[in-house]
Design a protein around this ligand. Structure first.
Ligand SMILES: NC(=O)c1ccc[n+]([C@@H]2O[C@H](COP(=O)([O-])OP(=O)(O)OC[C@H]3O[C@@H](n4cnc5c(N)ncnc54)[C@H](OP(=O)(O)O)[C@@H]3O)[C@@H](O)[C@H]2O)c1
Length: 338
């Protein structure tokens, strides 16, 4: 069995997470038992939710235990199998964590899924045709439910979730407006993803200034807002919401290090009769097959062209993860292992 390199959560952050919270170790891979599969990971997914798991406090999911391999989505290839449904060479997606290999009890529901890489590259099963894509689909379709001609705004628009939100909104006949950090990201959002407009929030020092830019980009107001960030973006867009607008609260990355992100205008929830709903994608497994089918088609036919940022090698995972929390990624952040 191969030697395995792993990244463990060594200690919990106080405030901002740092590379010193993680530890790189090497370990022997245990011999396979009946029903188990050895997977060699080709890509590891880095996702903002991992920052929440590093904390000990109460949340929607249990904290990541100290001294254990960081959790995370992985795609790779079956290296060896003692399960009848898997054979060496199968391409699979699972939750292998921050390590080069994983031994999986393949009979456990949802533990390992074979994927077809004929039209969709393997890495996209961690992005647009994986958890982030389904997240976009759920928030947009089930909460915002855009009607043709309505305007949908999404923050972190160039990212794994945001990029899919825009494409899904456009295919439903809505106008899609992104908010992203910097001119390069905004250009990508309009020119390559096909959004109708994109606002660079870094050009604005407060919510009122950003809100003027939202008004310009959304002359008919905002009917749906897909929130990935919180703070100034939320205040600015709320000021431009139409009556009965829907806000899908997907993420609040501006506050993931514990910084306060107070809501400036909560009275708008009443005066504009807003529907504000948070959701966690893993609690809606019933939509995954339908969502993955649509997302797979969009990527396979080139209608959705997701961008990726690749960090090379397992040892680069902590720094790449910290960069993701600061917007240094451009599109889906992955670690390439093979
Ligand atoms: N509810 C769920 O079930 C669920 C599932 C998956 C993801 N999510 C959430 O969805 C959001 C997007 O996730 P993702 O995987 O697609 O990540 P991503 O957008 O690919 O990467 C995160 C992006 O957030 C932006 N960002 C970071 N800090 C920011 C700040 N202080 N202010 C404004 N923008 C900031 C950066 O883009 P800019 O450079 O453009 O600012 C960064 O590139 C996250 O909030 C995540 O927690 C929720």
């Amino acid at each position: 069995m191969p030697q395995n390199h792993q990244v463990l959560l060594d200690n919990r952050p106080e405030g901002e997470a740092t590379a010193a919270n993680f530890r790189l170790v090497s370990a022997d891979t245990p011999a396979l038992q009946d029903g188990q599969v050895l997977v060699r990971h080709h890509y590891l997914s880095l996702d903002p939710y991992m920052r929440g798991r590093m904390n000990a406090g109460k949340s929607y999911a249990a904290p990541q235990p100290l001294g254990e391999v960081m959790i995370g989505g992985t795609v790779g290839e079956v290296a060896e199998s003692r399960h009848p449904k898997f054979t060496a060479g199968d391409k699979v997606v699972g939750m292998g964590g921050w390590q080069e290999y994983s031994v999986v009890d393949a009979g456990q529901p949802g533990a390992l899924r074979k994927v077809d890489t004929t039209h969709v590259p393997l890495s996209h099963y961690l992005g647009a045709v994986g958890m982030p894509g389904v997240t976009a689909w759920y928030g947009l379709v089930k909460i915002i439910d855009p009607q043709p001609g309505q305007t949908v705004v999404v923050s972190a628009a160039s990212g794994a979730v945001g990029s899919a939100v825009g494409t899904l909104a456009k295919t439903r006949g809505a106008r899609a407006v992104g908010i992203a950090g910097g001119p390069d990201k905004c250009r990508y959002v309009t020119e390559e993803l096909g959004f109708d407009a994109c606002i660079d929030y870094r050009e604005h020092k407060d919510a009122l200034s950003l809100s003027k830019a939202v008004k310009q980009a959304c002359p008919d107001g905002v009917d749906g807002y897909f929130e990935n960030v919180g703070g100034m973006c939320l205040d600015a867009v709320m000021l431009r919401t139409n009556a009965f607008a829907r806000i899908a609260v997907c993420g609040m990355i501006a506050g993931y290090n514990g910084e306060p992100i107070p809501l400036q205008y909560p009275q708008l929830i009443l005066s504009n009769r807003l529907r504000v709903e948070g959701f966690i994608v893993s609690e809606h497994m019933e939509v995954w097959p339908q969502a993955l089918q649509e997302l797979g088609q969009l990527v396979g036919t080139g209608k959705l062209r997701p961008r990726e940022t690749l960090a090379q090698g397992l040892a680069s995972a902590p720094e790449a993860f910290l960069g993701l929390l600061k917007g240094r990624n451009f599109g889906k952040q992955l670690v390439k292992l093979v």
